[in-house]
Design a protein around this ligand. Structure first.
Ligand code: TXA
Ligand code: MG
Length: 316
């Protein structure tokens, strides 16, 4: 059931139930993070592999100190600038954080979501929320309450209505290093925004470093094949009989069903519309979804990452 009652959501969560909650990135499937039985339900309902840890959502940066052993200076700086917001930070966990949250890791990912209803909810409860995206694992993440209800409604009692997500892609996840930060997942806060901060330098990923175990190669999938192509019109010329839906970055004419992600290649708009448009194209009567490669700058990097994981393969 979808509703806008924050107090009801708080009561259900206090009782160990799951509630889908709005955030600025995507809807989350929330449980009391300090109640391992409630958290176990998240894994069951999402059909999520048990090795894939969950982000801890807290009310404010001041709460971080409870759940980590210490907050390095650079992490504090990131929190001051980007919280509430679409940046999640990996830090050494304190004993308060149950192992089921981190899938046994010594480190926990924290974030303060930037959404009025969910900040109000976090203010009403005295525990943090574990919340992965509110979709069954490997399906497209939800950016409206209706998406969350469609995917999980039969298994959870309540979806807290909070309108359309304003960012539309998941948060950026960073690890803190001695001499900078490392991006574990591209997302709502771009590399450029992070590098604008004084004293922040980016470290490359090495295979020996802690990784985000949830970054499976194939993810965010539509039911139909999604092809990332160099040119949609070339693809259509070569494959005149295929029934295609094209997702477009600008207002152009194509010879098949089409959906506009943006009128004029606005990357924030493209990011914001991506998941909802993938769902629409998945539900129409075509057989294949086509999209061209996106510019990998700013939030375009996160869009490219999600497309690579959704894509059946990269052709033409
Ligand atoms: O924007 C978001 O981050 C959304 C909203 C609901 O807040 N949440 C979200 O959660 O995207 P989820 O579970 O779909 O993705 C979390 C990612 C996974 O790839 C997981 O592996 C990684 O974060 N992660 C979580 N805790 C971790 C940890 N302790 N160490 C390494 N990676 C971790
Ligand atoms: Mg997810």
């Amino acid at each position: 059931m979808i509703g806008a009652d924050v107090a009801k959501a708080a009561d259900l969560l206090g009782d160990g139930k799951l509630v889908a909650i709005p955030t600025e990135t995507v809807y989350g499937l929330a449980a009391n993070a300090l109640n391992p039985d409630a958290v176990a339900e998240i894994y069951r309902v999402k059909n999520r592999p048990e090795f894939n840890p969950l982000i801890l959502h807290i009310a404010s940066a001041a709460d971080a100190a409870k759940y980590v052993t210490h907050v390095p200076e650079i992490a504090q700086k990131l929190m001051d600038v980007f919280w509430p917001g679409s940046l999640s930070i990996l830090l050494p966990k304190s004993e308060l954080v149950p192992d089921i949250i981190t899938a046994g890791s010594t480190h926990v990912v924290l974030r303060v979501p930037n959404h009025p209803q969910t900040l109000e909810l976090l203010g009403q409860i005295d525990f943090p929320l574990a919340a992965p995206s509110a979709n069954v694992s490997n399906t497209v993440s939800p950016t409206t309450a209706q998406h969350a209800e469609e995917g999980l409604g039969s298994q959870i009692e309540y979806v807290l209505e909070g309108g359309e997500c304003t960012v539309g892609l998941e948060s950026t996840i960073v690890a803190i290093e001695t001499n900078g930060i490392r991006i574990l997942r591209e997302g709502g806060i771009s590399q450029e925004q992070l590098l604008n901060l004084n004293g922040v330098t980016l470290r490359e990923n090495k295979s020996t470093d802690i990784q985000s175990p949830g970054q499976l190669k194939r993810h965010y999938s539509t039911t139909k094949p999604l092809y990332i192509v160099d040119s949609i019109s070339n693809y259509l010329e070569k494959n005149p009989n295929s029934k295609c839906s094209a997702l477009l970055y600008t207002d152009t004419e194509v010879n098949c069903t089409s959906y506009l992600l943006s009128k004029d290649y606005n990357l924030a708009e493209i990011a914001n519309n991506l998941f909802a448009t993938m769902r629409k194209a998945d539900a129409d009567d075509t057989e294949v979804i086509l999209i061209e490669k996106v510019k990998e700058e700013g939030i375009g990097r996160a869009v490219a990452d999600r497309l690579r994981r959704a894509g059946s393969n990269s052709i033409g």
